[in-house]
Every structure is written in structure tokens, then in C-alpha cells.
Design a protein around this ligand. Structure first.
Ligand code: NAP
Length: 247
């Protein structure tokens, strides 16, 4: 079953900037009843909350912190739409990385964070007839960019986990939507080649997918063109990506 955004109660992780901030704005425009805003530093949410204090609830939420996640699940007991958006990209290759610390952080945020929030909120989402989890992944869930080799691995792990979460939550009626954009105009994406997607394109088409019951989204024309090339020639697209090596 698809889910209407109107009257939904959402939780957005990494809500303070980039795509997360855009999710919050668009959820409000589409009539969400309440939006919990997760951020490592709640002070970074102040101007956003001021836009609509009646509907926006700030939460201190580092997705890698077990106590923060447990606390969020204790407070946000009415969530019907969980948006796992928080992400980290260290911008490094696998072999050229000096050590494993950045790779571990990418896994902690992009993979274990997604797992942790999904586990904590699955029982909450089970309470309502219409509920969804949106996982903000990347086109790099499907192909590996050596310039961001360890990040690509964390996003591929996120896709594998999402498919399991979808199967496991089927019986309780919670839909799992993954969105896999190419480069987006945010702090994270700004050093990537132009043209880049606008955050609103990603957010808008992802929320459309939630409302339409679509499970895997390639938001924006730019992403759809790459996805079409990948469908026609997956090895060719990977070979092209593989020419972009770390310095
Ligand atoms: N930009 C792109 O080109 C692109 C392309 C495909 C997919 N994505 C994905 O889109 C999502 C949003 O990225 P973005 O482009 O908006 O990046 P961004 O502007 O760098 O924002 C990243 C967000 O994640 C938060 N975050 C990082 N680590 C966290 C943690 N441990 N706990 C909670 N929040 C944490 C950041 O919070 P702080 O402010 O506290 O650091 C920030 O709010 C990510 O999952 C990213 O991988 C981005």
C-alpha cells in the first residue's frame, strides 16, 4: 500500500542541511502533520524549527549513537514515515585510504545508522495501517566510483539491507522506498562534476514515489539517464566510473 504525505508524521535524519533540510520543507508543503528533525547538533535546527514551530520538533540524533536512537524512539512514538537521510562521504579510494577510520565512519553512518533507526522504529511503524521507510542511498549503491570507493561500499550495503528490511516488514504493511540519486547540489555533492541535481528534485520525486507505492527511485532526469545507460550496459558504466581514480 502506498502512503499519503498529508497528515503523515515524519522523522528526517540529518535534517539540518542539504537534502534533509529540503525534505523537511517539502513535507511541510505537502501537509505532513508533524516532522521530527534529527540532527547531531540541535542548535543547527533553530532557524528551520522557527518556520513552523507547531509542526517541527527538533531531536538530538546522531544516528551512530545508540542512546540517541533509543531516546528518539521513546519520544517520537507517532512516526509513520521514517526518512534515513543522514550520510557521510569521506571521498577516498579503498587502497589509497591511509587507514580504515573513514571507511568505518561511512559504514557507521550510511549502513549501521540506517539499520539502527529501522530496527528502533519498525515497531512504531507497525502501529499504523500506512507507514514507510525511505532510505536515501546513491547511484553508487549500484556502481563503484573508485574516487569514493569506501562510500560506494557503504551505499551498496545500504541497498542490500533495504531489500531485507522491505521483505521483513512486508507483513506489517510498512513500505521501504530507496532513492538513488547521482550528484546533488549540497555540501557533499558540490565537488562532484556538473551538472548536478537540485535537492528539491530528489526530495520531490522521492516523496512522489512514497505516494505512488514505487520502491526504487532514480530521481531527476540526470539520474534516469545514467540508470538507462546502466540498464543497457552495466559493465560499460562501471568501466567508465573506474577511470576516475583517487589522486
Ligand atoms: N550530495 C550528493 O551528491 C548525494 C548523492 C547521492 C546520495 N546522497 C545522499 O544523500 C544524503 C544527504 O546528503 P547531502 O547531500 O544532503 O549531504 P550533506 O549536505 O553533507 O548533509 C549530510 C547530513 O547528514 C548529517 N550527518 C552526518 N553524519 C551524521 C550522524 N552520525 N548522525 C546524524 N546526522 C549525520 C549531517 O549532519 P551534520 O551537519 O551534523 O554534519 C548533515 O545533516 C546522504 O545519505 C548522502 O549519502 C548525496
Amino acid at each position: 500500500m502506498s502512503q499519503k504525505i498529508e497528515n503523515a508524521v515524519a522523522l528526517v535524519t540529518g535534517a539540518n542541511r542539504g537534502i534533509g533540510r529540503e525534505f523537511v520543507a517539502e513535507l511541510l508543503r505537502r501537509g505532513a502533520r508533524k516532522v521530527y528533525l534529527g540532527a547531531r547538533d540541535p542548535a543547527s535546527l533553530a532557524d528551520l524549527v522557527a518556520l513552523d514551530p507547531a509542526r517541527l520538533v527538533p531531536l538530538k540524533l546522531d544516528v551512530t549513537n545508540t542512546a540517541d536512537v533509543a531516546n528518539a524512539a521513546k519520544i517520537a512514538t507517532d512516526v509513520t514515515l521514517l526518512i534515513n537521510n543522514a550520510g557521510f562521504a569521506g571521498g577516498q579510494g579503498v587502497i589509497s585510504a591511509p587507514d580504515l577510520s573513514i571507511a568505518r565512519q561511512e559504514m557507521d553512518v550510511n549502513y549501521f545508522g540506517l539499520l539502527s533507526l529501522s530496527q528502533a522504529f519498525a515497531p512504531i511503524l507497525a502501529k499504523v495501517p500506512q507507514s514507510s521507510i525511505v532510505n536515501v542511498l546513491s547511484f553508487l549503491s549500484l556502481v563503484t566510483l573508485p574516487l569514493a570507493g569506501t562510500y560506494s561500499a557503504s551505499k551498496a550495503a545500504g541497498l542490500a539491507a533495504s531489500r531485507s528490511i522491505r521483505a521483513e516488514l512486508l507483513a506489517q504493511g510498512t513500505k521501504v522506498v530507496v532513492t538513488m540519486p547521482v550528484q546533488v547540489e549540497t555540501d557533499m555533492g558540490r565537488s562532484l562534476p556538473e551538472p548536478r541535481l537540485q535537492p528539491l528534485e530528489v526530495v520531490s520525486e522521492t516523496l512522489d514515489a512514497v505516494e505512488a507505492g514505487v520502491e526504487e527511485v532514480f530521481p531527476g532526469e540526470l539520474t534516469r539517464n545514467v540508470a538507462a545507460a546502466f540498464a543497457a550496459d552495466p559493465k560499460g558504466v562501471q568501466a567508465h566510473m573506474s577511470t576516475r581514480l583517487p589522486a
